[in-house]
Design a protein around this ligand. Structure first.
Ligand code: ADP
Ligand code: ADP
Length: 227
């Protein structure tokens, strides 16, 4: 279990105005926070800071009390797993894409991950063997995100970062995917980046970023109640 404390973060890309300016948030084990905001708000920069792939100008990020600047990228990678908008799929079957990820994942573990990531609706419709035997690169957008999540879950990462998983999908597919991702990540420390408030009833906290600053925070009910 991992606690993340982001305190008064300032990140600047080159000479530009800060991409993040005074951003703070706390993630305790099992808590899920959604970071919501328009394009350019600083959402990706925040994820990059959490993954330690961008310099922090001031403020701190602590993982279980240790400043990320004192951790190597390998240390950070062992703690934080990020899912990108465009998950990488090997030129291999779905089954091999899953097995390559899990360090010696057993068939039972692969099947459990498939169920948790709600790929089972697909395996039931198409047949387990057909799905597992399909070329990973032919998988559709929504299933690709579920596949990437199943693969990530095989590592049992202390923290999951989800970067606009529904970005490339139409609204209906996006809603279904988000509902599945939120079911699958229940009880798992998660930062979910998205530009839509819709469907976020389940998350513990929503942080609204605009122009690098936190402009609102609260539960979904708090935020939709704002006039
Ligand atoms: P998103 O809104 O999905 O994060 P962006 O367009 O903000 O997509 O960013 C896509 C990529 O381009 C990211 O890697 C980001 O760091 C980079 N990027 C965004 N804005 C700039 C910029 N002004 N100059 C250079 N790189 C940028
Ligand atoms: P979001 O993910 O919310 O779309 P980003 O974190 O990608 O926002 O971008 C925040 C701001 O930082 C934007 O003004 C963007 O253009 C700028 N930016 C992001 N990445 C880079 C980069 N690599 N170089 C220069 N500017 C960047």
């Amino acid at each position: 279990p991992l606690t993340i404390e982001v305190d008064d973060l300032l990140v600047r890309h080159g000479e530009r105005r800060p991409a993040l300016n005074g951003v703070s948030l706390t993630l305790t084990p099992g808590r899920r926070v959604a970071v919501v905001g328009p394009s350019g708000a600083g959402k990706s920069t925040l994820l990059s800071a959490l993954m330690r792939t961008v310099e922090i100008e001031s403020g701190t990020i602590r993982l279980n009390g240790t400043d990320v600047r004192r951790l190597s990228s390998d240390d950070v990678r062992a703690l934080v797993t990020g899912l990108t908008q465009d998950p990488y799929v090997f030129q291999a079957t779905v089954a091999d894409n899953l097995r390559l990820a899990g360090p010696q994942a057993s068939t039972e573990e692969v099947e459990a991950a498939v169920r948790r990531a709600r790929l089972d609706a697909w395996t039931e419709r198409t047949g387990w063997d057909t799905v597992l035997g399909e070329d990973g690169r032919t998988v559709s957008g929504g299933q690709l995100q579920r596949l990437a999540l199943a693969r990530a879950l095989l590592y049992d990462p202390p923290v999951l970062l989800l970067d606009e998983p529904a970005e490339a999908l139409d609204e209906e597919t996006a809603d279904l995917l988000m509902a599945d991702l939120l079911d699958a990540t229940r009880g798992r420390t998660t930062v979910l980046v998205t530009h839509r408030l819709h469907g976020l009833e389940q998350v513990d906290e929503i942080v609204v970023l605009e122009g690098g600053r936190v402009t609102q925070r609260g539960t979904h009910a708090d935020l939709v109640a704002v006039p």
